[in-house]
Ligand binder design. Structure first.
Ligand SMILES: Nc1ncnc2c1ncn2[C@@H]1O[C@H](COP(=O)(O)OP(=O)(O)OP(=O)(O)O)[C@@H](O)[C@H]1O
Ligand SMILES: Nc1nc2c(c(=O)[nH]1)N[C@H]1C(S)=C(S)[C@@H](COP(=O)(O)O)O[C@H]1N2
Length: 195
């Protein structure tokens, strides 16, 4: 039986959080993670406006009190003045993980030329990995899963391929993915027999 994992999902949107439009960020995150992971998942969902102090407070609460192993945010990564998710994420960081942002922008360029407008970052706080994703709901699967050919061959690996091993290294649960969605990479020495 796979270990249970606690995942914080945070949708940062002025309009979705005030009811101007329906939030599609939290359902997209929950759907993708439920399809991709074989572990039982406890979700901690939060829908909040683009306010730096509130975003930072939410991230701290999810890691320090709700004990999330992984936190994924969506929205607020662009250049608009109200887009402050990366700053708030850096406010709570112990360490930065720049490879995630670099890889996400590479992947996103295969979908939209404006990919370089996302300032998304990833950081470690305590024993938790926090990753920003862009706000377009379709960007969630695009960046996590990457790009596949019509016959399912991986053309550009999604960033989630590196998440399970990162969580191993910071002392979290052993994440197992559904390979048809995404194959996680771990060095041989870190692999456990499939459950
Ligand atoms: N949580 C969400 N739910 C549904 N659609 C969203 C959400 N966030 C973003 N979008 C869609 O993606 C587009 C770009 O997202 P972006 O994060 O730049 O929004 P925004 O212009 O900052 O506004 P807001 O913070 O009010 O969502 C939005 O115009 C909207 O169509
Ligand atoms: N994969 C992917 N990445 C993407 C996009 C997208 O549609 N798909 N939109 C881009 C656009 S138009 C912007 S402005 C930035 C920032 O978006 P955010 O402010 O919604 O986080 O993400 C970029 N990255």
């Amino acid at each position: 039986m796979s270990e249970a994992v606690r995942i914080g999902i945070v949708s940062v949107s002025d309009r979705a959080s005030s009811g101007v439009y329906e939030d599609k960020g939290l359902p997209a995150l929950q759907d993708w993670l439920s399809r991709a992971l074989r572990n039982p998942i406890h979700f901690e969902p939060r829908l909040i406006p683009d306010e730096r102090a509130l975003i930072a407070q939410t991230l701290r609460e999810l890691v320090d009190e709700a004990r999330c192993d992984l936190v994924l945010s969506t929205g607020g990564t662009g250049p608009a003045l109200r887009d402050v998710t990366p700053e708030a994420t850096l406010d709570v960081a112990d360490r930065e993980m720049p490879g995630f942002g670099e890889q996400m922008r590479q992947i996103s360029l295969r979908f939209v030329p404006t990919a370089i407008l996302s300032r998304q970052v990833a950081v470690i706080r305590g024993k938790s990995l926090i990753i920003n994703l862009p706000g377009q709901p379709k960007a969630i699967a695009e960046t996590l899963e990457g790009l596949k050919s019509s016959d399912g061959e991986t053309l550009v690996p999604g960033i989630f391929a590196a998440v399970p091993y990162c969580i191993d290294l910071i002392g979290g649960p052993y994440l197992e993915t559904v390979e048809a969605v995404l194959k996680a990479f771990r060095p041989k020495s870190a692999q456990r027999p499939a459950t």
